[in-house]
Every structure is written in structure tokens, then in C-alpha cells.
Design a protein around this ligand. Structure first.
Ligand SMILES: [Zn+2]
Length: 243
């Protein structure tokens, strides 16, 4: 839904127009004529371009907020607020430079549509985060020796996969290796990392876990998690000879 709202062409009927009740006989006649004739094609094209431009502004504000996640680490609510503030600042300007659109004059655009789009997209993001669940895992190919590789994804039904976790276990040694957790940047700081690590521990209770350098970009998160977790996580890089 988030992708649909920010990246796909907006349906002509979005958001559902509030029907204007014509008043008086003259108003009714004018309304009936308008409905009968419909909007001319030129108006339609112009409207579509204006809506596309506003969508690009909301999208760019979103992407710029995502780009700050590496330094800001905003949780869902703080992210929504930062995105909203950024959008409001853009809409308060006279003109704005938007990737792929050049310079746009705000007064020529429908700022109300921008705010509606932000509201809907922001709600869609929050709903996706709330609905995200761990999907059934699968074994990946055959391993040499006693180690078994697995992977699972985290997804919110219709939106498809939000991220993926790859890991391996060595049952004889009682060791689990977290190989990789990958979420695209727009889903960082949404609690999915914690969800994924808890799932590892639930699926394979009693193992001692460790991870390799690939996870270095998330060291802060990983260290905090290790200290909260009931399962042992070791800093030892070679807890079992089979990996
Ligand atoms: Zn082993």
C-alpha cells in the first residue's frame, strides 16, 4: 500500500471525492451538465500531471527521511513526525526542486492532496509495521557436515517480504550462526530485527548464538539485543569447528 501510494500512478478517484451537493435549480442544472459532459481531456491530463508532481514531493520527503535513518534511528512514530515536518517545510516554500520534475511552484499544486497522501501513506506504513509477521522458513540447499542452513522472511501479507534472515545451526555443537538480516532502509528501526532474533531463539531453543562481521552496521542494535535476550549470544567467532 505504501508503495502504491507513493510510487504507482494515483487512481483518478483518489482520495474519494466528497460529492458536492448542488443547491437550487440553477446549481442542479449546472451540475447535471457537468456530469453529462465530463471533464475535457486537457483538464484531465493537467490534473494528472499536477497530482503526479505532488506525489513526487511527498515521495521525496519520504526518501529524504529514510536517508536520515542511518544517523537518526527513528522509530515508527518519530519517523512519521519527521516526514510530516519535512513535507510541511517543503509545502511552505514558493518553489521546490524535485528529482525528475525540476522546479515546481507550490502555488500551482494541490497542497491538500499532498497532506492527504502523507496521511494515507503514513497510515499504510504504520499498518504494515503492525501487521508484520515471521513467515514459515525453509531449509536452504544441502550443507557439508552437521550444519543446516535456513532462511525466513518477515512480511505483512499483501505487501510481500519486508526483509530476510539467513542463519545456520549446528545441532551437535549446540551452536547457531546468524548469517545475515537484510531489511531495506525504509524498514529500519521498525522492530523487525528484534522480531527476527526472537524467532531464531524460539525455533531453536537452547543454542548458543553468534554472528559474523556482516552485521557490523547494526552493532549497536545487536549489542543491546544480546544483553536483553535470555538465550546465550557469544562474541566468540569460532564457537564450533563446523562452520
Ligand atoms: Zn558444530
Amino acid at each position: 500500500m505504501l508503495v502504491q501510494l507513493l510510487w504507482k500512478p494515483l487512481p483518478v478517484s483518489w482520495p474519494e471525492a466528497v460529492p458536492q451537493r448542488p443547491t437550487g435549480l440553477r446549481g442542479l442544472v449546472a451540475w447535471a451538465r457537468e456530469v453529462a459532459v465530463g471533464v475535457s481531456q486537457d483538464e484531465d491530463v493537467e490534473r494528472r500531471v499536477r497530482r503526479g508532481a505532488m506525489q513526487a514531493i511527498v515521495r521525496e520527503a519520504f526518501q529524504q527521511t529514510v536517508a536520515e535513518q542511518d544517523s537518526e534511528h527513528r522509530g515508527p512514530a518519530a519517523f512519521a513526525e519527521a516526514w510530516k515536518t519535512r513535507l510541511a517545510a517543503v509545502l511552505a516554500q514558493e518553489t521546490v526542486e524535485v528529482t525528475g520534475w525540476g522546479q515546481l511552484t507550490i502555488a500551482e499544486l494541490d497542497t491538500g492532496l499532498g497532506r492527504s497522501l502523507y496521511d494515507a501513506a503514513s497510515r499504510a506504513r504504520a499498518e504494515t509495521i503492525a501487521r508484520a509477521v515471521v513467515m514459515p522458513g525453509r531449509r536452504r540447499g544441502a550443507d557439508d557436515g552437521p550444519t543446516v542452513s535456513h532462511e525466513f522472511s518477515i512480511a505483512a501479507d499483501e505487501d510481500g517480504s519486508l526483509g530476510r534472515v539467513q542463519y545456520a545451526v549446528c545441532e551437535p555443537c549446540g551452536v547457531g550462526l546468524l548469517k545475515k538480516i537484510s531489511f531495506s532502509p525504509e524498514w529500519h528501526c521498525c522492530g523487525f530485527g528484534t522480531l527476527a532474533l526472537r524467532e531464531l531463539e524460539t525455533r531453536h531453543p537452547g543454542l548458543t548464538w553468534y554472528t559474523t562481521g556482516q552485521y557490523a552496521h547494526a552493532q549497536g542494535f545487536y549489542q543491546r539485543y544480546r544483553h536483553r535476550s535470555d538465550s546465550p549470544w557469544t562474541a566468540n567467532q569460532h564457537p564450533c569447528p563446523h562452520f
